[in-house]
Write a protein that binds this ligand. Structure first.
Ligand code: SAM
Length: 328
């Protein structure tokens, strides 16, 4: 078995986004419907032993980077224990976490000790009332406390992910730039994707980030920049500062030709593309007791199914899964 995962389009897969739960303690309007309760039962989630086994197989196939995500990963009990187990795997050199930071104050030190170094934190508004409206009742102060705790224990970089929505928060981007400058965070602006009913509805507030980039250039002196591990974001830097601003533009300028990732959902379904339905269910195979060699063969076979690109623009009604169930 070759060490590397290379798909039909010559893309090397070296990054897995690992969802540890589909549950979330927020209800962001573009992600989950208000009052949504239709979550998977915990016994359908992969156990820590199963997750470690799958991640080990991936690392033996050349995957060097894992991001813990969800749903909200901090709602999965004992997440730092899982993080510590994964961080020890040979070949894994980058373990990161995406979180809404609601519970981050409590877990920041344990996660850092476990070996998580890079953090992405969702933050769509710095106004408490707006934040509550966007997130279905979330408390901004908890998120800010979580961010400050993460900064204090030494996470670096800490990236803020802001989904930009017209007439919802698009007037706050300059403030978010200043906030990021003040605290040494990286800022990433994201276009809304038509994932599930909620995502589709939210694309009515779609903002083309190419225009936002031009707008920011009127206030800030922006120069092109690169960010290691920056994924699909295209970065600029505010001249004379350390602040990098990333633009994630799945709609206005897709980046599928450089896609290097797959997503493992909490129930063990391996999704080959965020915007397509191609998948392989690993949980039944694991529970039937397949060998490690067979597991790796299945992963190779899955990578062969990875589609060329998403069709968010051409077929916006296609993906019925919410972002939280695929693993954001
Ligand atoms: N709960 C964690 C968090 O908040 O980062 C991890 C999962 S969350 C689904 C991951 C990211 O997906 C968040 O930054 C969220 O804003 C983004 N997201 C969810 N639905 C989206 C959509 N329809 N379009 C664009 N981004 C979306």
């Amino acid at each position: 078995m070759t060490a590397q995962l290379i798909d039909r389009f010559q893309r090397t897969i070296e990054y897995v986004r690992l969802s540890v739960t589909d549950r979330c303690d927020l209800r962001c309007r573009y992600c989950l419907p208000e009052g949504y309760r239709d979550f998977q039962e915990p016994d359908t989630w992969l156990s820590f032993d199963e997750i470690e086994r799958v991640v080990r197989a991936f690392t033996e196939l050349g995957v060097a980077r894992i991001r813990l995500t969800g749903g909200e990963p901090l709602t999965r009990r004992d997440l730092p224990t899982l993080a510590a187990r994964l961080a020890r795997l040979p070949g894994l050199d980058d373990l990161s976490l995406s979180t809404n930071a609601v519970q981050l104050k409590k877990y920041a030190a344990d996660l850092h000790r476990a070996g998580v170094r890079r953090l992405n934190v969702s933050l769509d508004s710095l106004h408490a009332d707006r934040f509550a409206a966007i997130t279905g009742g979330g408390h901004l102060n908890k998120v800010l406390d979580g961010l400050m705790a993460a900064k204090a224990v030494g996470f670096s970089p800490i990236k803020l992910n802001m989904v930009v929505m017209r007439d919802v928060n698009d007037d706050e981007i300059e403030d978010m730039v200043r906030f990021s400058l003040e605290h040494g965070f990286t800022l990433r602006l994201i276009e809304t994707m038509p994932l599930g009913e909620t995502g589709r509805a939210a694309t009515e507030q779609f903002v083309d980030l190419q225009k936002i980039r031009q707008r920011l250039a009127e206030t800030f002196d922006l120069v092109p920049a690169v960010m290691p591990g920056g994924g699909p974001a295209r970065y600029v830097q505010v001249a004379g500062t350390d602040l990098k601003i990333g633009f994630i533009t799945p709609l206005s300028q897709h980046f599928c030709e450089t896609c290097n990732r797959v997503r493992l959902a909490a129930d063990g379904t391996l999704y080959l593309c965020l915007g397509q339905n191609d998948k392989v269910e690993l949980r039944p195979l694991l529970r039937q007791g397949i060998s490690n060699a067979e597991l790796k063969r299945q992963i190779h076979a899955a990578i062969a199914l990875k589609p060329e690109r998403h069709e968010f623009k051409e077929q916006p009604r296609k993906i019925i899964r919410f972002m939280s169930s695929t693993g954001g």
